[in-house]
Design a protein around this ligand. Structure first.
Ligand SMILES: Nc1nc2c(c(=O)[nH]1)N[C@H]1C(S)=C(S)[C@@H](COP(=O)(O)OP(=O)(O)OC[C@H]3O[C@@H](n4cnc5c(N)ncnc54)[C@H](O)[C@@H]3O)O[C@H]1N2
Ligand code: MOO
Length: 441
């Protein structure tokens, strides 16, 4: 983690308003503060899917290792094309057959060709392959001859249908960069280099719990006035998608002593801690005060909706405050605010801590199918379904009421539209930025 204090970073933010930090400034402050975990481990190639590469991988070999044929056909010297009269067919005496995997061979003479299969090494003396669909075979007194008509010869040039040595990866070139989250194609690429083990970052450990006297764990009977803890499940699922180690600490009552014990335990077990609830100004909202006792609160009020109260800072397991402590996100209790703040602030911070070279969530512009009400002064995230109109253009339809307690509006949505701070209301047809949910990692 950084050697700067949170105060250093936050006070350097241009335009920081402690009562209402803009979404972009808050993101910047968080990303400036967090640092990747240092520890790495070596895992077998097939166990590396979804893990984050700890160091650049340099290719130890050429891929492909030899010039080889891209087609089943006949290998020959491309100069033979120019050597014949323009209106004459190409006629070459046919020699042996070369299969993929066979040892390299040689063309006996320039007026000959060799039968070759896809993937077989191009024989020395050859630089061109003609696909078998272009060719006729004829038996002559001199032996079997491969013939290509003058018209089809016009479609061939020297070098055709040959895959060059090292054209995929040359020896010593960088195959994959550190910070990459390994996908199936990456594992295949490493396999093509013969690499059986990969050095990856340790998984980030993220602890979380929900706070609130009203919460009942899912599966238990609901008493009057209580609600089920849906945030715990949502947070666990969002974390699972990030590929981190998830430490579920359950529910904690609105009691400062219990909250402190839970935060201290979480700081001792995890690199990052997430809580939900108790971050606003109510009489039972203790998160910020206990967080400050266990560490530092950098800021907690942002000009966004949903998610206006979100506390960011760090905490330690005990008052000795050894090391960097654990980064902490105190998310608001409202279920939609939990998700909005997670995707707006927490996701990229955790991925950065996990060592990934993070790319922000993709956004694209779509026309609104529903008019949107909004006052300038805060960034808003509203939930939309994306439906194609008759012309095949995706349009953003609001998923009904946008209250930050209405989780159904998230469940029904295909994405979030992002309405920037200075934006007012928007009319049907205006273009708006959407972050699609599909593809979130
Ligand atoms: N006077 C003010 N009141 C509120 C303000 C404000 O600025 N002044 N901000 C509002 C906003 S915005 C939000 S968001 C909430 C956030 O409050 P808290 O983080 O303190 O959250 P709680 O009060 O604990 O809970 C809010 C809401 O969410 C329900 N909840 C809480 N935890 C869960 C859970 N694990 N699963 C499902 N639902 C949960 C809780 O029952 C409340 O209904 O404060 C506003 N108030
Ligand atoms: O964050 Mo609150 O959910 O804006 O209403």
């Amino acid at each position: 983690m950084t050697t700067k204090t949170l105060d250093d970073i936050v006070s350097c933010l241009n335009g920081y308003d402690p009562d209402a930090l803009g979404a972009d400034l808050a993101r910047q402050a968080i990303l400036d503060f967090v640092r990747p975990v240092a520890a790495t481990e070596t895992v077998p190639l097939r166990a590396a899917l979804g893990r984050i590469l700890a160091a650049d991988v340099t290719s130890p070999i050429n891929v492909p290792g030899h010039d080889n044929s891209a087609m089943d056909g006949y290998a020959f010297a491309g100069s033979a094309l120019a050597a014949r009269a323009a209106d004459a067919p190409l006629e070459l005496l046919l020699g042996a057959t070369l299969h993929a995997g066979a040892a390299p061979a040689a063309l006996p003479a320039p007026d000959q060709c060799l039968r070759i299969m896809t993937g077989a090494v191009i024989p020395s003396g050859c630089d061109t392959v003609v696909p078998q669909e272009f060719c006729e075979l004829a038996d002559t007194p001199a032996g079997r001859v491969m013939r290509v008509s003058p018209a089809l010869c016009g479609q061939l040039k020297p070098g055709d249908n040959v895959r060059l040595r090292g054209e995929d990866l040359a020896t010593g070139s960088r195959a994959l960069a550190a910070g990459r989250r390994l996908r199936p194609a990456d594992l295949g690429l490493l396999a093509s280099l013969g690499i059986a083990q990969v050095e990856v970052k340790h998984r980030l450990r993220v602890a979380f719990f929900s706070t609130g006297d009203e919460l009942v764990p899912v599966g238990e009977p609901l008493r009057p006035g209580a609600i089920y803890d849906s945030n715990g499940t949502t947070i666990a699922a969002m974390l699972a998608r990030l590929g981190v180690d998830v430490i579920d600490l359950g529910n904690v009552r609105d009691d400062p002593a219990l909250l402190e014990a839970a935060l201290r335990r979480a700081a001792g077990e995890a690199d990052a801690v997430i809580t939900s609830g108790g971050v606003s100004v109510g009489e039972a909202d203790f998160t910020k005060q206990v967080m400050a006792r266990c560490g530092e609160v950098a800021f907690w009020k942002m000009s966004i909706r949903p998610g206006r109260p979100m506390a960011f800072g760090r905490i330690w397991a005990d008052d000795a405050r050894a090391g960097d402590g654990a980064v902490m996100f105190g998310l608001p209790g409202n279920p939609v605010a939990v998700m909005a703040t997670f995707y707006c602030f927490v996701r990229d911070a955790l991925l950065t801590m996990a060592g990934e070279a993070v790319r922000p969530l993709p956004r694209f512009k779509v026309p609104l199918a529903t008019a949107v009400k909004k006052k300038p002064g805060r960034t808003e995230f509203q939930r939309v379904r994306l439906v194609a109109d008759e012309a095949g253009v995706l349009r953003a339809h609001l998923t009904g009421a946008q209250g930050s307690g209405i989780l159904r509006s998230m469940s029904e949505a295909d994405g979030l539209i992002v309405l920037p701070q200075d934006q007012g209301g928007m009319a049907v047809g205006e273009l708006v930025d959407v972050i699609p949910f599909e593809g979130l990692v």
